[in-house]
Design a protein around this ligand. Structure first.
Ligand code: THG
Length: 263
């Protein structure tokens, strides 16, 4: 599984304060620790409070680039902030994200094509988040068609079925898991699949247990990537073990250690 570290997000108080005080050491430490724990890519999101999202994104990415050249998932609803982040990342970036809304696709697919970036497509359109897997698949198909029109390969499109807090919407995770399964049948080769895992447990008790159980269930449906906290070692152990059981990693008695040696 492609591990996208979630911790550089202004939703977290330490990141929000670091942005306010221009304290790049905090950001650099989070970048290095996530990579050491197995992140393949780092999500970068300035959070809802940033006054100037464009300059905040550029500052975050430049700070991270001083310590790692890991790919970055440039996470913003604002196309200008995404462009600033992708340019500061030196092209090694995943655009997070477009939706299936026509106006958004027309803005964001050209940015991905121009910079040669992969792009996440949320299954949200002009009507909002669909209620079931069938509605999500309709949007996924629009996203795939939009990507292809702009010369973006299916494998560079990550369909995100939008996992939501289970305590508020108990039918959501099951619909997301079904969407993951169906997305892998959409085309040959199929688009990739991703979730922002920690959404599922927001506001709930036993967050870590919910996160790791949901991750294993999504992996069984064919999940390719997830935005997660790689410093949660029990979550990472569950992911590694699921990959062995799904025959995506070779079994050996020391499989946890073998995976960690790779990172
Ligand atoms: N899809 C895509 N991108 C995404 C999401 C998604 N980016 C953002 C988010 N969802 C994934 N990242 C997070 C990061 C943190 C949390 C949830 C998802 C989180 N934060 C604590 C909370 O809200 O309780 C913050 C509190 C704290 O600990 O300080 O849970 O779905 N493409």
């Amino acid at each position: 599984m492609y591990v996208i570290g979630e911790r550089i997000n202004g939703m977290f108080n330490d990141v929000r304060d670091a942005l306010k005080n221009q304290d790049k050491g905090v950001i650099q430490d989070l970048a290095q620790r996530q990579v050491e724990c197995g992140a393949d890519c780092l999500d970068v999101n300035v959070g809802p409070g940033a006054a100037d999202a464009v300059s905040a994104m550029a500052w975050l990415v430049e700070s991270i680039r001083e310590v790692t050249d890991a790919p970055l998932a440039i996470d913003s609803t604002k196309p200008d902030a995404i462009t600033a982040g992708v340019e500061a990342a030196g092209g090694k970036a995943v655009i997070n994200s477009t939706t299936g809304e026509q106006a958004k696709m027309e803005k964001l697919f050209p940015i991905a094509a121009e910079h040669g970036c992969a792009i996440i497509g949320l299954t949200i359109d002009e009507n909002g988040v669909p209620h079931d897997a069938a509605g999500r698949m309709e949007v996924a198909l629009k996203l795939l068609a939009g990507a292809m029109e702009h010369g973006i390969a299916a494998e560079d499109l990550y369909i995100d079925a939008v996992i939501l807090p289970v305590n508020a919407q108990q039918t959501n995770p099951g619909q997301v898991m079904e969407t993951i399964r169906q997305t892998k049948l959409l085309a040959d080769p199929p688009p990739k699949t991703v979730v922002g895992l920690s959404n599922v447990s927001q506001g709930a008790r036993h967050r870590e247990l919910i996160n790791r159980t949901a991750l294993v269930m999504c992996l069984a449906g064919g999940l390719d990537a997830a935005i997660v906290d790689p410093m949660d070692s029990e979550l990472m152990d569950a992911m590694i073990t699921a990959e062995v059981l799904l025959n995506k990693a070779v079994y050996c008695d020391d499989f946890l250690k073998a995976y960690r040696r790779k990172t």
